[in-house]
Design a protein around this ligand. Sequence first.
Ligand code: NAD
Length: 497
Amino acid sequence: MTTIDWHQRAKDTIFSIRNMINGDLVEPQGDTLISKFAAYNGSLLYEFGEGTAAEVDRAVAAARAAFEDGRWRNKTVDERVSLLNKWTDLVEANREEFALLESLDVGKPISAALVDDISRCLWPLRTAASGLSNLLLPSGVSGNDTAYQFRKPIGVVGAIVGWNYPLALAASKAGPALAMGNTLVLKPSEFTSLSASRLAELALEAGIPPGVFNVVHGAGATVGAALSAHNDVDMLTFTGSSATGKAIMVAAGQSNMKRVHLECGGKSANIIFEDCLPDLDLVAQSVVDMAFPNQGALCITGSRLLVQDSIKAPLMEKVIALSQAITPTDPLNPDCTFGAIMNEAHMHKVLGYIDSGHQEGARLLCGGHRVNQSSGGFYIEPTIFDQVAPAHCIAREEIFGPVLSVFSFEQEEEAVAIANNSRFALAAHVSTRDLGRAHRMGQQLDAGVVLISGSTQPISGFVDLGSEPQKESGMGFEGGRKGLEAYSVASAVHMFC
Ligand code: NAD
């Protein structure tokens, strides 16, 4: 197998950010430039205009026309499924190109981008296509009278997404929205803008008509705000922070009362019970895997570790050793397992949280510093704090970086109370060998998804379950059949004969 020189590939690639409006690539507008510096070495990667409301208007108008004239929604289900599958195949065929864009934009290891990011993108596209054929429609007959319900597309969907998995997040919106027959205007994060328009280009190449999938780049305050307040957008689907999710709810309410679908932040507990003692090596590895994937920038990371007192010392010894063995390094190096923080501002934000941990009296067990500074990139080593109090900032706020806060508990009820003491309720992780306890945890923890002795991926074959974030982690189904339905409305027909 030949080894790819990713640095050379990066040098050979021209990075330019273009909107996709009605099938045309056009330069983003705006008086102020957004500059993106590569996470791995701090060099300028690309620049583009911060975007304007006028571009949003043009993209929404294109999506509206594409919706109303039926060029997409009036295709048969089989035709739509076939085009979506063709598009998915094209993405897969271009996986190396996409992996490079994701690695450069986010700072994530190229090895992870090639596998994790690509599969997280292919999955929603594939399941949207396959799930569509399976949507059953309830119907009934009463005497001679017949009633039935059917689902139809909502119309123009606006999608606003964050920076940690740019390609996968775009696909998580585009897959179900397009499968159901809607048209789309996507606004990617202004910090990770490389892959979205390429995804839209491949949609065109697959045969999805112009105007169906539009992309407008720019800042949250310009493009994001204009899209969420737009009176001709029928639904706004969002993945990002809870603070922005709240702003989007306000904008939706103050404009045309568009539907909102929000996938927001998390501060997930990872609870380890003493019955795991025989599996301590495995559990220690899973704690590290849950805490630091994607440099800690994954919404469902187990960033609050709750350990039963009796096994805390031996477990933490192993967790610390594993964490100290991780070296943040150049993500374009194929051996890299832990890359850079997405940009300088976010790096300083994470370092600010580390400072607050010190200030508020938590005890640093390992890490805590910016490293590899001579590279010019933005690297922070895996960091663990013990003796974290529930009131501490690092216990309450989502850091979205490689910082783990450790708590101890004696009884199961105490673990549930600590875990549920959060304004977020996205996910929870539990390690136990006690089946009864596993079920109790599944039901008592405030979380859209509870992963028991699991990983950050759903069980293969059960991806259709879908889940709903709770509390300030958002609202609305993502994934599975209900996730598809979320991009449609139900109408009923009563036929009196
Ligand atoms: P963010 O909220 O800062 O930005 C997300 C998007 O919203 C960006 O495109 C941004 O430009 C836009 N935006 C910002 N202000 C806006 C406004 N006023 N109106 C409209 N749009 C606006 O989030 P981020 O830092 O990019 O992403 C990190 C967050 O995303 C974390 O909280 C993480 O947990 C969350 N996330 C959640 C999930 C999930 O499935 N629940 C998945 C990935 C990321």
